[in-house]
Design a protein around this ligand. Sequence first.
Ligand code: FAD
Length: 401
Amino acid sequence: VCGAPPTGPIETTSCDYETVESVNVDLFANLKELVRLPFFKYFQVDLYRECPFWEVPGSCKDIQCAITTVDESEVPERWRAAALSRIDPSSVDKKHQLPGCYYRDSDFCFLDDNTEGDYFDLSLVPERFTGYAGTSANNVWKAIYQENCFGLSEFNLLASKSSAPVSLPEDMTGALREDGQEPDEQCLEKRVYYKVISGLHASISTHICHEYFNQSTGEWYPNLPCFIQRVASHPERLRYIYFNTVLLLRAVARISPYLSAYDYCSTGTHEEDSETLSRLNNIIDIAKVAGKFDETVLFRGENANMVKEEFKVHFRNVTRIMDCIGCDKCRLWGKVQTTGLATALKILFELDEKALNPHTNANLLQRAEVVALFNTLYRFSESLDAVEEFRRLWKDRDTDS
Ligand code: FAD
């Protein structure tokens, strides 16, 4: 059956599929409104940083790949680059600076240093079919899956730059298998890593198929065969969309005192400010019910710190691989979502209860991390909503025939 709702517990979480299904209508409705509000819709990013790994052939010329920027004057003043470049004085982590970006020891991603880059209004840029495909897109996915090779610390993707994606020896475990199946399992952390990536891939594919463009008729429509081929015929891919949703919800629930104390105000009208808080509180309430990911079972045992460091290095590499995407719109959403997932991973695995205290650690997250976290959750919730529509289309197809 096409995308039949999975049932029972979601692997490596203490939540079940039914719980996620039962909250998603409400979750999606609240997120949809939240991400249209000023605090959450403006995202500053350098989209045109050089790919550090290989030469990227010419960018996607399709009109659907193009993207427009927002003039800085439209962005509420306190979120402009000048204000943001005041460096977080409370950060205890060492900051590692690279041209145009940096990471702190606790980060799972590279963050822009806000000195370059444009502003984008995310609410005006749907994630949908752009026509970006072929070798360039496939190479990016391949490089992302190859980051799933743990236990190979001598392999440092960042050190290499050639005209082709780095190639790994044939027998290397962890890279994507030819049949797209999950790699042989080695450890829980590696499995989680794979689920995060494969779930992101499945969610992006769901959006592409849900808002598919027929180039001959100029029509946008939900393309059921596309969804079946890319997602539904691989039930584990669908399950990983749920998995990512639970992981993101758990991060929101865990950091909820910090999020409730965060200053979202004075970024729009009084009505917009109070709507921001009320939508956010609704989402936090839902997250407390459905965000049942148990982060304490990961990174235990004698090599815990080493495995975690490796996990971080690999995920940071994934965020830099986004600079190799040859389509502006895809690159923007790729950067938002890898930053959002990296933020969730940081909240779950790097921060202890003391660090989460909004009074003693007010600058815990950059604004970009908060914006990315909620926009990423929105994209996953939207995918689950799209899956519902595909199920209806499949049923109608059954009754028609
Ligand atoms: P691909 O999706 O490129 O997949 C390549 C191979 O990976 C498949 O053959 C399969 O073996 C395996 N695979 C596929 N899905 C999974 C999964 N979930 N888990 C494990 N393995 C899997 N295109 C757009 O039109 N709009 C976008 O917004 C967009 N955003 C993108 C963002 C990123 C970060 C990237 C890397 C690409 C994006 N693309 C986008 C391109 C899109 O994802 C596809 O690459 C493109 O549509 C070509 O699809 P494909 O059928 O060749 O398979």
